[in-house]
Design a protein around this ligand. Structure first.
Ligand code: NOJ
Length: 565
Protein backbone atom coordinates (compact mmCIF):
# COMPACT_ATOMS: atom_id res chain seq x y z
CA UNK A 1 0.00 0.00 0.00
CA UNK A 2 2.90 2.31 0.72
CA UNK A 3 4.23 2.18 -2.82
CA UNK A 4 1.64 4.54 -4.28
CA UNK A 5 3.17 7.52 -2.50
CA UNK A 6 6.47 7.40 -4.22
CA UNK A 7 4.74 7.19 -7.55
CA UNK A 8 2.52 10.14 -6.63
CA UNK A 9 5.29 12.47 -5.51
CA UNK A 10 6.25 14.95 -8.20
CA UNK A 11 10.00 15.04 -8.72
CA UNK A 12 10.45 18.77 -8.21
CA UNK A 13 8.29 18.72 -5.08
CA UNK A 14 10.57 16.25 -3.34
CA UNK A 15 12.99 17.54 -0.73
CA UNK A 16 16.33 16.00 -1.57
CA UNK A 17 17.36 15.55 2.05
CA UNK A 18 15.89 12.60 3.93
CA UNK A 19 16.19 14.76 7.05
CA UNK A 20 13.62 17.22 5.70
CA UNK A 21 12.17 17.67 9.17
CA UNK A 22 15.19 19.42 10.68
CA UNK A 23 14.19 22.82 9.33
CA UNK A 24 10.63 22.10 8.18
CA UNK A 25 7.79 24.56 8.61
CA UNK A 26 4.87 22.42 9.75
CA UNK A 27 1.30 23.71 9.50
CA UNK A 28 -1.25 22.47 12.01
CA UNK A 29 -4.69 21.73 10.61
CA UNK A 30 -7.45 21.40 13.18
CA UNK A 31 -9.81 19.34 11.01
CA UNK A 32 -13.13 20.44 12.48
CA UNK A 33 -12.29 24.11 11.87
CA UNK A 34 -10.27 24.21 8.64
CA UNK A 35 -12.67 23.60 5.73
CA UNK A 36 -16.06 21.94 5.50
CA UNK A 37 -16.55 19.90 2.33
CA UNK A 38 -20.04 18.53 2.97
CA UNK A 39 -21.75 21.60 4.39
CA UNK A 40 -22.63 20.20 7.81
CA UNK A 41 -20.91 23.03 9.66
CA UNK A 42 -17.99 20.82 10.72
CA UNK A 43 -14.67 20.66 8.87
CA UNK A 44 -13.69 17.38 7.20
CA UNK A 45 -11.09 15.58 5.11
CA UNK A 46 -12.72 16.55 1.81
CA UNK A 47 -12.50 20.16 2.88
CA UNK A 48 -8.83 19.78 3.74
CA UNK A 49 -8.12 18.13 0.37
CA UNK A 50 -9.69 21.07 -1.42
CA UNK A 51 -7.36 23.47 0.39
CA UNK A 52 -4.08 21.59 -0.06
CA UNK A 53 -3.05 23.84 -2.96
CA UNK A 54 -3.48 26.81 -0.61
CA UNK A 55 -1.02 25.20 1.82
CA UNK A 56 1.44 24.40 -0.94
CA UNK A 57 1.26 28.03 -2.13
CA UNK A 58 1.64 29.31 1.43
CA UNK A 59 5.02 27.58 1.39
CA UNK A 60 4.88 25.12 4.27
CA UNK A 61 6.68 21.78 4.13
CA UNK A 62 4.32 19.54 6.05
CA UNK A 63 0.83 19.42 7.50
CA UNK A 64 0.04 18.05 10.95
CA UNK A 65 -3.58 16.96 11.27
CA UNK A 66 -5.18 16.92 14.71
CA UNK A 67 -7.20 13.69 15.26
CA UNK A 68 -9.82 12.67 12.71
CA UNK A 69 -10.32 9.12 14.03
CA UNK A 70 -13.56 7.49 15.11
CA UNK A 71 -14.47 9.32 18.28
CA UNK A 72 -17.50 10.43 20.27
CA UNK A 73 -15.79 13.87 20.35
CA UNK A 74 -15.84 14.31 24.13
CA UNK A 75 -12.51 16.13 23.67
CA UNK A 76 -12.72 17.14 20.01
CA UNK A 77 -11.29 13.84 18.80
CA UNK A 78 -8.58 13.41 21.46
CA UNK A 79 -10.84 10.61 22.74
CA UNK A 80 -10.31 7.87 20.19
CA UNK A 81 -12.71 4.93 19.94
CA UNK A 82 -11.00 3.28 16.98
CA UNK A 83 -7.43 4.20 16.06
CA UNK A 84 -7.71 2.64 12.61
CA UNK A 85 -10.93 4.29 11.46
CA UNK A 86 -11.91 7.78 10.33
CA UNK A 87 -14.87 9.32 12.11
CA UNK A 88 -17.83 9.61 9.70
CA UNK A 89 -18.07 13.31 10.49
CA UNK A 90 -14.61 13.72 8.91
CA UNK A 91 -15.00 11.18 6.09
CA UNK A 92 -13.64 7.70 5.41
CA UNK A 93 -10.33 5.88 5.25
CA UNK A 94 -10.49 6.33 1.48
CA UNK A 95 -10.62 10.09 2.01
CA UNK A 96 -7.57 9.84 4.28
CA UNK A 97 -5.76 7.81 1.64
CA UNK A 98 -6.66 10.37 -1.05
CA UNK A 99 -5.57 13.23 1.21
CA UNK A 100 -2.17 11.64 1.78
CA UNK A 101 -1.65 10.96 -1.95
CA UNK A 102 -2.71 14.44 -2.99
CA UNK A 103 -0.56 16.11 -0.36
CA UNK A 104 2.45 14.11 -1.50
CA UNK A 105 1.78 14.99 -5.12
CA UNK A 106 1.98 18.64 -4.07
CA UNK A 107 5.22 18.08 -2.16
CA UNK A 108 3.56 18.33 1.26
CA UNK A 109 4.22 15.77 3.97
CA UNK A 110 1.51 14.54 6.30
CA UNK A 111 1.87 14.09 10.05
CA UNK A 112 -1.01 12.54 11.96
CA UNK A 113 -1.84 12.77 15.64
CA UNK A 114 -1.36 9.71 17.82
CA UNK A 115 -3.21 9.66 21.14
CA UNK A 116 -1.59 6.93 23.27
CA UNK A 117 -2.15 8.16 26.83
CA UNK A 118 -5.86 7.41 26.84
CA UNK A 119 -8.61 6.05 24.65
CA UNK A 120 -12.25 6.99 24.48
CA UNK A 121 -14.53 5.30 26.99
CA UNK A 122 -16.30 3.95 23.87
CA UNK A 123 -13.17 2.06 22.82
CA UNK A 124 -13.87 -1.66 22.53
CA UNK A 125 -11.31 -2.60 25.22
CA UNK A 126 -12.81 -0.22 27.74
CA UNK A 127 -16.38 -1.25 26.96
CA UNK A 128 -15.45 -4.90 27.42
CA UNK A 129 -13.51 -4.13 30.59
CA UNK A 130 -16.62 -2.44 32.00
CA UNK A 131 -18.92 -5.26 30.95
CA UNK A 132 -16.69 -8.03 32.32
CA UNK A 133 -16.44 -6.44 35.75
CA UNK A 134 -13.75 -6.52 38.49
CA UNK A 135 -11.06 -9.11 37.84
CA UNK A 136 -11.44 -8.89 34.05
CA UNK A 137 -8.03 -9.07 32.38
CA UNK A 138 -9.16 -6.20 30.16
CA UNK A 139 -9.32 -3.94 33.21
CA UNK A 140 -5.54 -4.35 33.48
CA UNK A 141 -5.12 -2.46 30.20
CA UNK A 142 -6.45 0.62 32.02
CA UNK A 143 -5.99 1.77 35.62
CA UNK A 144 -8.91 0.26 37.53
CA UNK A 145 -8.65 0.31 41.34
CA UNK A 146 -10.88 -0.19 44.35
CA UNK A 147 -11.67 3.04 46.17
CA UNK A 148 -10.52 4.17 49.61
CA UNK A 149 -12.76 4.64 52.63
CA UNK A 150 -14.87 2.11 54.52
CA UNK A 151 -16.99 1.36 51.46
CA UNK A 152 -14.57 2.25 48.69
CA UNK A 153 -16.45 5.52 48.29
CA UNK A 154 -13.29 7.67 47.98
CA UNK A 155 -11.04 7.84 44.92
CA UNK A 156 -7.88 5.68 45.04
CA UNK A 157 -5.63 8.74 45.24
CA UNK A 158 -5.78 12.53 45.23
CA UNK A 159 -4.96 13.20 41.59
CA UNK A 160 -7.06 15.78 39.84
CA UNK A 161 -8.06 15.77 36.21
CA UNK A 162 -6.42 18.39 34.03
CA UNK A 163 -9.92 19.37 32.98
CA UNK A 164 -11.01 19.79 36.60
CA UNK A 165 -12.51 17.50 39.23
CA UNK A 166 -11.07 14.18 40.42
CA UNK A 167 -8.96 12.14 37.98
CA UNK A 168 -11.01 9.08 38.96
CA UNK A 169 -14.54 8.01 38.11
CA UNK A 170 -16.41 5.25 39.89
CA UNK A 171 -18.23 2.66 37.80
CA UNK A 172 -21.44 0.84 38.72
CA UNK A 173 -19.67 -2.19 40.24
CA UNK A 174 -17.76 0.07 42.67
CA UNK A 175 -14.29 0.17 41.07
CA UNK A 176 -12.69 3.42 39.97
CA UNK A 177 -10.73 4.15 36.79
CA UNK A 178 -8.11 6.80 36.15
CA UNK A 179 -8.51 9.59 33.60
CA UNK A 180 -6.02 12.44 33.63
CA UNK A 181 -8.34 14.28 31.25
CA UNK A 182 -12.14 13.90 30.92
CA UNK A 183 -13.98 10.86 32.35
CA UNK A 184 -14.59 9.88 28.72
CA UNK A 185 -10.78 9.50 28.32
CA UNK A 186 -9.62 6.54 30.46
CA UNK A 187 -5.81 6.29 30.75
CA UNK A 188 -4.13 3.20 29.34
CA UNK A 189 -1.89 1.13 31.58
CA UNK A 190 1.40 1.23 29.70
CA UNK A 191 2.89 -1.50 31.90
CA UNK A 192 0.65 -3.93 30.01
CA UNK A 193 2.30 -5.63 27.02
CA UNK A 194 -0.96 -5.66 25.02
CA UNK A 195 -1.06 -1.86 25.12
CA UNK A 196 2.52 -1.67 23.88
CA UNK A 197 1.85 -4.18 21.08
CA UNK A 198 -1.32 -2.44 20.03
CA UNK A 199 0.36 0.93 19.58
CA UNK A 200 3.23 -0.50 17.57
CA UNK A 201 0.57 -2.02 15.34
CA UNK A 202 -1.29 1.31 15.06
CA UNK A 203 1.96 3.01 14.05
CA UNK A 204 2.40 0.44 11.28
CA UNK A 205 -1.18 0.89 10.11
CA UNK A 206 -0.68 4.61 9.46
CA UNK A 207 2.86 4.17 8.14
CA UNK A 208 1.45 1.68 5.65
CA UNK A 209 -1.11 4.33 4.69
CA UNK A 210 1.89 6.49 3.81
CA UNK A 211 2.03 9.12 6.57
CA UNK A 212 5.31 10.91 7.15
CA UNK A 213 5.11 11.06 10.89
CA UNK A 214 3.22 11.33 14.15
CA UNK A 215 2.57 14.09 16.63
CA UNK A 216 2.42 12.20 19.92
CA UNK A 217 -0.25 13.50 22.29
CA UNK A 218 0.63 13.78 26.01
CA UNK A 219 3.95 12.07 25.28
CA UNK A 220 5.07 12.83 28.83
CA UNK A 221 2.09 11.09 30.45
CA UNK A 222 2.04 7.45 29.44
CA UNK A 223 3.94 6.03 32.41
CA UNK A 224 2.73 6.67 35.95
CA UNK A 225 4.90 6.44 39.09
CA UNK A 226 4.72 3.00 40.70
CA UNK A 227 1.94 2.75 43.27
CA UNK A 228 0.16 5.87 41.93
CA UNK A 229 1.24 7.97 44.96
CA UNK A 230 -0.73 10.94 46.27
CA UNK A 231 0.66 14.31 45.31
CA UNK A 232 -0.67 16.59 48.06
CA UNK A 233 -3.38 19.20 47.75
CA UNK A 234 -1.00 22.09 47.14
CA UNK A 235 0.44 20.49 44.03
CA UNK A 236 -2.65 20.17 41.84
CA UNK A 237 -2.34 21.00 38.18
CA UNK A 238 -3.05 23.91 36.00
CA UNK A 239 -4.28 23.11 32.50
CA UNK A 240 -1.38 21.59 30.58
CA UNK A 241 1.09 22.90 33.13
CA UNK A 242 4.78 22.07 33.37
CA UNK A 243 4.93 20.79 36.93
CA UNK A 244 6.71 17.65 38.10
CA UNK A 245 4.03 15.06 38.83
CA UNK A 246 3.93 11.28 39.39
CA UNK A 247 1.98 10.99 36.15
CA UNK A 248 4.13 13.26 33.98
CA UNK A 249 7.64 12.99 32.58
CA UNK A 250 8.46 9.68 34.27
CA UNK A 251 11.70 8.16 33.01
CA UNK A 252 9.87 5.01 31.91
CA UNK A 253 8.28 6.76 28.91
CA UNK A 254 11.56 6.80 27.03
CA UNK A 255 11.73 3.05 26.57
CA UNK A 256 8.41 3.26 24.72
CA UNK A 257 9.74 5.85 22.27
CA UNK A 258 12.89 3.84 21.68
CA UNK A 259 10.72 0.91 20.63
CA UNK A 260 8.64 3.15 18.34
CA UNK A 261 11.76 4.56 16.72
CA UNK A 262 12.64 1.03 15.67
CA UNK A 263 9.24 0.69 13.99
CA UNK A 264 9.77 3.96 12.13
CA UNK A 265 13.22 2.83 11.10
CA UNK A 266 11.61 -0.06 9.20
CA UNK A 267 9.95 2.58 7.01
CA UNK A 268 12.70 5.20 6.89
CA UNK A 269 14.21 6.53 4.86
CA UNK A 270 11.60 5.99 2.23
CA UNK A 271 13.21 4.27 -0.76
CA UNK A 272 11.04 6.04 -3.28
CA UNK A 273 10.89 5.19 -6.96
CA UNK A 274 12.41 8.58 -7.72
CA UNK A 275 15.22 7.71 -5.34
CA UNK A 276 14.32 10.37 -2.81
CA UNK A 277 14.71 9.07 0.70
CA UNK A 278 12.55 10.61 3.38
CA UNK A 279 12.48 9.87 7.07
CA UNK A 280 9.28 9.25 9.04
CA UNK A 281 9.23 11.28 12.22
CA UNK A 282 7.72 11.65 15.67
CA UNK A 283 7.18 14.91 17.49
CA UNK A 284 6.52 14.92 21.22
CA UNK A 285 3.82 16.92 22.88
CA UNK A 286 5.64 16.85 26.19
CA UNK A 287 5.01 19.56 28.77
CA UNK A 288 8.10 19.29 30.94
CA UNK A 289 9.54 21.60 33.60
CA UNK A 290 12.62 22.57 31.55
CA UNK A 291 13.94 22.47 27.99
CA UNK A 292 16.63 20.10 29.27
CA UNK A 293 13.93 17.58 30.26
CA UNK A 294 12.29 18.11 26.86
CA UNK A 295 15.61 17.21 25.21
CA UNK A 296 15.36 13.70 26.70
CA UNK A 297 12.49 12.97 24.29
CA UNK A 298 14.65 13.69 21.24
CA UNK A 299 17.73 11.66 22.00
CA UNK A 300 19.02 10.00 18.82
CA UNK A 301 17.10 6.75 19.38
CA UNK A 302 13.81 8.38 20.46
CA UNK A 303 11.70 11.05 18.79
CA UNK A 304 12.83 13.56 16.18
CA UNK A 305 11.32 16.74 17.53
CA UNK A 306 9.54 18.01 20.63
CA UNK A 307 7.38 21.09 20.85
CA UNK A 308 9.12 23.97 22.55
CA UNK A 309 6.43 25.08 24.96
CA UNK A 310 8.90 27.15 26.97
CA UNK A 311 9.26 29.33 23.86
CA UNK A 312 5.52 29.50 23.36
CA UNK A 313 5.07 30.65 26.95
CA UNK A 314 7.70 33.41 26.80
CA UNK A 315 6.50 37.01 27.03
CA UNK A 316 7.27 39.64 24.42
CA UNK A 317 10.43 40.67 26.23
CA UNK A 318 13.85 40.79 24.57
CA UNK A 319 15.85 39.46 27.52
CA UNK A 320 13.43 36.61 28.16
CA UNK A 321 13.31 35.69 24.49
CA UNK A 322 17.06 35.66 24.21
CA UNK A 323 17.34 33.47 27.29
CA UNK A 324 14.83 30.92 26.03
CA UNK A 325 16.36 30.85 22.54
CA UNK A 326 19.83 30.24 24.00
CA UNK A 327 18.53 27.63 26.44
CA UNK A 328 16.59 25.82 23.71
CA UNK A 329 19.55 25.66 21.36
CA UNK A 330 21.90 24.62 24.18
CA UNK A 331 19.53 21.87 25.34
CA UNK A 332 19.20 20.37 21.86
CA UNK A 333 22.91 20.49 20.98
CA UNK A 334 24.05 17.51 23.10
CA UNK A 335 21.30 15.27 21.68
CA UNK A 336 21.74 16.47 18.10
CA UNK A 337 18.04 17.29 17.61
CA UNK A 338 16.85 20.46 15.92
CA UNK A 339 15.23 23.09 18.11
CA UNK A 340 11.56 23.72 17.37
CA UNK A 341 9.57 26.92 17.70
CA UNK A 342 5.85 27.43 18.10
CA UNK A 343 3.66 30.38 19.01
CA UNK A 344 0.10 29.06 18.75
CA UNK A 345 -1.87 25.83 18.71
CA UNK A 346 -5.37 24.55 19.44
CA UNK A 347 -4.77 24.50 23.23
CA UNK A 348 -3.53 28.03 23.91
CA UNK A 349 -4.63 31.59 23.28
CA UNK A 350 -3.60 32.62 19.77
CA UNK A 351 -0.44 34.72 19.88
CA UNK A 352 -2.14 37.74 18.28
CA UNK A 353 -4.31 37.86 21.41
CA UNK A 354 -1.66 36.83 23.96
CA UNK A 355 0.58 39.63 22.77
CA UNK A 356 -2.32 42.11 22.86
CA UNK A 357 -2.36 41.78 26.63
CA UNK A 358 0.13 42.69 29.35
CA UNK A 359 2.97 40.16 29.73
CA UNK A 360 2.90 37.36 32.25
CA UNK A 361 -0.81 36.53 32.01
CA UNK A 362 -0.06 33.05 30.68
CA UNK A 363 -1.23 31.09 27.67
CA UNK A 364 -4.81 30.59 28.77
CA UNK A 365 -6.14 34.10 29.21
CA UNK A 366 -8.94 35.02 26.86
CA UNK A 367 -9.32 38.78 26.86
CA UNK A 368 -9.21 40.69 23.60
CA UNK A 369 -6.67 43.32 24.76
CA UNK A 370 -5.30 45.88 22.31
CA UNK A 371 -5.96 44.14 18.98
CA UNK A 372 -3.81 46.42 16.85
CA UNK A 373 -0.84 46.06 19.19
CA UNK A 374 -1.35 42.29 19.37
CA UNK A 375 -1.29 41.91 15.60
CA UNK A 376 1.74 44.11 15.23
CA UNK A 377 3.66 42.08 17.80
CA UNK A 378 2.36 38.79 16.40
CA UNK A 379 3.77 39.65 12.96
CA UNK A 380 7.09 40.59 14.54
CA UNK A 381 7.11 37.45 16.70
CA UNK A 382 6.49 35.28 13.64
CA UNK A 383 9.39 36.75 11.68
CA UNK A 384 11.61 36.26 14.72
CA UNK A 385 10.51 32.63 15.03
CA UNK A 386 11.01 31.88 11.34
CA UNK A 387 14.55 33.25 11.48
CA UNK A 388 15.69 30.79 14.13
CA UNK A 389 17.52 27.55 13.38
CA UNK A 390 15.31 24.48 13.47
CA UNK A 391 11.73 23.62 12.67
CA UNK A 392 8.75 25.93 13.13
CA UNK A 393 5.07 25.19 13.69
CA UNK A 394 2.28 27.39 12.35
CA UNK A 395 -1.29 26.97 13.59
CA UNK A 396 -4.09 27.38 11.06
CA UNK A 397 -5.36 30.94 10.87
CA UNK A 398 -2.29 32.57 12.41
CA UNK A 399 -1.22 33.42 8.86
CA UNK A 400 -4.39 35.55 8.73
CA UNK A 401 -3.46 37.26 12.01
CA UNK A 402 -6.60 35.80 13.58
CA UNK A 403 -7.21 36.70 17.21
CA UNK A 404 -8.90 34.44 19.71
CA UNK A 405 -12.65 34.84 19.83
CA UNK A 406 -13.11 36.11 23.35
CA UNK A 407 -16.87 36.44 23.57
CA UNK A 408 -18.23 33.01 22.67
CA UNK A 409 -21.56 32.37 24.36
CA UNK A 410 -21.49 29.51 26.85
CA UNK A 411 -24.10 27.48 24.99
CA UNK A 412 -21.96 26.99 21.87
CA UNK A 413 -18.79 25.94 23.64
CA UNK A 414 -17.56 22.36 23.49
CA UNK A 415 -14.22 22.36 25.32
CA UNK A 416 -14.55 19.71 28.05
CA UNK A 417 -12.55 21.86 30.44
CA UNK A 418 -15.28 24.50 30.13
CA UNK A 419 -18.10 21.98 30.41
CA UNK A 420 -16.52 20.39 33.51
CA UNK A 421 -15.99 23.76 35.19
CA UNK A 422 -19.49 24.93 34.30
CA UNK A 423 -20.92 21.73 35.75
CA UNK A 424 -18.85 21.94 38.92
CA UNK A 425 -19.30 25.57 39.87
CA UNK A 426 -21.34 27.23 37.14
CA UNK A 427 -18.19 28.82 35.72
CA UNK A 428 -18.62 31.17 32.84
CA UNK A 429 -16.17 33.54 31.15
CA UNK A 430 -13.50 32.53 28.68
CA UNK A 431 -10.21 32.07 30.54
CA UNK A 432 -8.71 28.62 30.61
CA UNK A 433 -10.99 27.34 27.86
CA UNK A 434 -9.94 26.55 24.36
CA UNK A 435 -12.88 27.11 22.03
CA UNK A 436 -11.73 30.68 21.36
CA UNK A 437 -8.71 29.51 19.34
CA UNK A 438 -10.72 26.82 17.52
CA UNK A 439 -13.25 28.94 15.63
CA UNK A 440 -13.45 27.91 11.92
CA UNK A 441 -11.22 30.02 9.73
CA UNK A 442 -12.53 32.46 7.09
CA UNK A 443 -11.71 31.86 3.44
CA UNK A 444 -13.94 34.37 1.66
CA UNK A 445 -15.21 37.89 2.31
CA UNK A 446 -18.88 36.87 2.05
CA UNK A 447 -20.89 33.75 2.71
CA UNK A 448 -22.59 32.05 5.62
CA UNK A 449 -19.33 30.95 7.18
CA UNK A 450 -16.93 33.06 5.12
CA UNK A 451 -16.13 30.19 2.80
CA UNK A 452 -15.52 27.64 5.55
CA UNK A 453 -18.45 25.65 4.12
CA UNK A 454 -21.98 25.85 2.80
CA UNK A 455 -23.68 25.13 6.09
CA UNK A 456 -22.54 27.58 8.74
CA UNK A 457 -19.87 26.76 11.29
CA UNK A 458 -19.92 24.77 14.50
CA UNK A 459 -18.63 27.78 16.46
CA UNK A 460 -19.85 31.24 15.42
CA UNK A 461 -17.35 33.43 13.59
CA UNK A 462 -17.19 37.14 14.43
CA UNK A 463 -18.78 39.47 11.89
CA UNK A 464 -15.46 41.08 11.01
CA UNK A 465 -13.84 37.79 9.95
CA UNK A 466 -14.80 38.26 6.30
CA UNK A 467 -12.30 41.13 6.28
CA UNK A 468 -9.63 38.78 7.67
CA UNK A 469 -10.33 36.03 5.13
CA UNK A 470 -7.84 34.50 2.74
CA UNK A 471 -9.70 36.20 -0.11
CA UNK A 472 -9.58 39.62 1.57
CA UNK A 473 -5.86 39.38 2.31
CA UNK A 474 -4.59 37.75 -0.88
CA UNK A 475 -2.76 40.25 -3.05
CA UNK A 476 -2.66 42.94 -0.37
CA UNK A 477 1.06 43.48 0.31
CA UNK A 478 0.30 44.89 3.76
CA UNK A 479 -1.67 41.83 4.84
CA UNK A 480 -0.48 39.25 7.32
CA UNK A 481 -1.17 36.46 4.84
CA UNK A 482 1.16 38.02 2.28
CA UNK A 483 3.76 38.54 5.03
CA UNK A 484 3.67 34.80 5.80
CA UNK A 485 3.84 33.90 2.11
CA UNK A 486 6.85 36.13 1.56
CA UNK A 487 8.52 34.97 4.76
CA UNK A 488 8.18 31.32 3.83
CA UNK A 489 9.42 32.01 0.29
CA UNK A 490 12.46 33.88 1.63
CA UNK A 491 13.09 31.08 4.13
CA UNK A 492 13.20 28.57 1.27
CA UNK A 493 15.45 30.72 -0.86
CA UNK A 494 17.85 31.83 1.89
CA UNK A 495 20.11 28.91 2.79
CA UNK A 496 20.99 30.21 6.26
CA UNK A 497 17.40 30.38 7.47
CA UNK A 498 16.13 27.42 9.43
CA UNK A 499 19.34 25.46 8.99
CA UNK A 500 22.12 25.10 11.54
CA UNK A 501 22.11 25.00 15.30
CA UNK A 502 23.30 28.42 16.40
CA UNK A 503 22.66 32.10 16.30
CA UNK A 504 25.42 34.67 16.70
CA UNK A 505 24.13 37.52 18.83
CA UNK A 506 25.32 40.99 17.82
CA UNK A 507 25.43 44.10 19.99
CA UNK A 508 22.08 45.83 20.15
CA UNK A 509 20.32 48.52 22.20
CA UNK A 510 18.29 47.33 25.17
CA UNK A 511 15.09 45.63 24.15
CA UNK A 512 16.37 44.82 20.67
CA UNK A 513 17.52 41.41 19.46
CA UNK A 514 20.03 41.26 16.64
CA UNK A 515 21.54 38.02 15.45
CA UNK A 516 23.48 36.76 12.49
CA UNK A 517 23.07 33.49 10.65
CA UNK A 518 24.79 32.41 7.46
CA UNK A 519 24.36 35.32 5.00
CA UNK A 520 21.56 36.79 7.04
CA UNK A 521 20.81 39.14 9.94
CA UNK A 522 17.58 39.38 11.93
CA UNK A 523 16.74 42.54 13.88
CA UNK A 524 13.78 42.49 16.26
CA UNK A 525 12.67 45.58 18.16
CA UNK A 526 10.80 44.15 21.12
CA UNK A 527 10.13 47.56 22.68
CA UNK A 528 7.24 50.00 22.34
CA UNK A 529 9.42 52.74 20.79
CA UNK A 530 11.31 53.10 17.52
CA UNK A 531 15.07 52.44 17.59
CA UNK A 532 17.74 53.56 15.17
CA UNK A 533 20.26 50.93 14.04
CA UNK A 534 23.15 50.83 11.62
CA UNK A 535 21.58 49.29 8.48
CA UNK A 536 22.82 45.69 8.57
CA UNK A 537 22.53 44.87 4.85
CA UNK A 538 19.94 44.54 2.12
CA UNK A 539 16.38 44.45 3.42
CA UNK A 540 14.64 41.17 2.68
CA UNK A 541 11.43 41.55 4.65
CA UNK A 542 9.98 43.43 7.60
CA UNK A 543 6.88 43.00 9.72
CA UNK A 544 6.13 46.76 9.45
CA UNK A 545 7.32 49.65 7.26
CA UNK A 546 10.87 50.78 8.04
CA UNK A 547 12.50 54.13 7.44
CA UNK A 548 15.90 53.70 5.86
CA UNK A 549 18.05 56.79 6.27
CA UNK A 550 21.38 56.20 4.52
CA UNK A 551 23.54 54.09 6.78
CA UNK A 552 20.86 54.05 9.43
CA UNK A 553 17.48 52.41 9.71
CA UNK A 554 14.68 53.27 12.04
CA UNK A 555 13.09 50.07 13.25
CA UNK A 556 9.59 50.96 14.48
CA UNK A 557 8.21 49.66 17.78
CA UNK A 558 7.46 45.93 17.86
CA UNK A 559 8.95 45.20 14.45
CA UNK A 560 11.23 42.48 13.08
CA UNK A 561 13.27 42.84 9.89
CA UNK A 562 15.33 40.36 7.90
CA UNK A 563 18.47 41.43 6.06
CA UNK A 564 20.76 39.74 3.55
CA UNK A 565 24.42 40.39 4.45
C1 NOJ B 1 -3.24 17.56 24.31
C2 NOJ B 1 -4.11 17.99 23.19
O1 NOJ B 1 -3.42 18.95 22.43
C3 NOJ B 1 -5.37 18.54 23.81
O2 NOJ B 1 -6.18 19.20 22.89
C4 NOJ B 1 -6.10 17.40 24.48
O3 NOJ B 1 -7.22 17.90 25.17
C5 NOJ B 1 -5.19 16.69 25.48
N1 NOJ B 1 -3.88 16.46 24.97
C6 NOJ B 1 -5.77 15.35 25.85
O4 NOJ B 1 -5.65 14.46 24.78
Amino acid sequence: MTQHLAAAASPDAAVPDSRWWRDAVIYQVYPRSFADGDGDGMGDLTGIRSRLPYLRDLGVDAVWLSPFYASPQADAGYDVADYRAVDPMFGTLLDADALIREAHALGLRIIVDLVPNHSSDRHDWFQRALAEGPGSPLRERYHFRPGKGAHGELPPNDWESIFGGPAWTRVADGEWYLHLFAPEQPDFNWEHPAVRDEFRSILRFWLDMGVDGFRVDVAHGLVKAAGLPDIGAENQLSLLGNDVMPFFDQDGVHEIYRSWRKVLAEYSPWPSAGGTPSERIMVAEAWTPTVERTANYVRPDEMHQAFNFQYLGTSWDAAELRTVIDASLAAMRPVGAPATWVLSNHDVTRHATRLANPPGLGTQLRTAGDRELGLRRARAATLLMLALPGSAYVYQGEELGLPDVTDLPDEVRQDPSFLRAAQADGASGQDGFRDGCRVPIPWTVEGSSYGFGQGGSWLPQPAEWGGLSVQAQSGDPASTLELYRRALAVRRAQPGLGAGEDVEWLDAPEGVLVFRREGFVCTANVTGSPVTLATPGRLLLASADLTEDGPHTVLPADTTAWWAV
